[in-house]
Design a protein around this ligand. Sequence first.
Ligand code: FPP
Length: 230
Amino acid sequence: MTGERAKHGARHVAIIMDGNGRWAKKRRLPRAIGHQRGVEAVRSVARAARTMGLDALTLYAFSTENWSRPEDEVSALMGLLKHFIQSDLEEFVRDNVRLKMIGEWRALAPDLVALIDNALERTAANTGCTLAVALNYGSQDEIARAAAKAAAKGEVSVQTIEAELDTAGLPPLDLLIRTSGEVRLSNFLLWQAAYAEMIFTDVLWPDFGPDNLAEALAEFAQRERRYGGR
Ligand code: FPP
């Protein structure tokens, strides 16, 4: 499907996966179980993104602000990520999924970095859907790094900054979804969202599935995008 637009018209969708903690709390379960169920939602939504013809799905897995959470929650999240890459890599290889990371993920624990490097290498030549995971990501930091690189190369412009963003090479962002009823961007893809459509849903992330993605894409298809023109 890559390069060819699906009927809904979207190529690149990004999701702020919010509400794992509240999902667990409602069931009197530990937060870590909420995150575990969140990974299951990641798996099913990433598969749905492929069958629904998206070229790229970008997921906000861990922000630069998430370090302020209790140490056991941070290590549970890192453990889940590690396990996710280990258990799903063969599926990505088989299904032509290209894995990509955005953010300062190289600053993470060396064993996780090595695991990610291997996964990136094994899927680098894949031409199907790109699954981009934002890890140790902050959008303001990404823009500052990109601007500095553009300046070092001698020209600062919208185009030269854009070319240095972590998302360079991905299709323009069409749709940004945030789950759990919060209505803010939380330092995610601030630059890329300039002309993206946005959908905020009350569904908590562990409950978000292929039907919710299909519904969001149907709503996207109804929106009239004007890019500042009329
Ligand atoms: C928000 O829930 C979610 C996160 C901070 C982390 C999202 C991470 C995952 C779904 C798992 C790992 C990801 C991948 C790609 C394998 P919250 O804890 O802020 O929920 P709350 O606002 O209800 O407390």
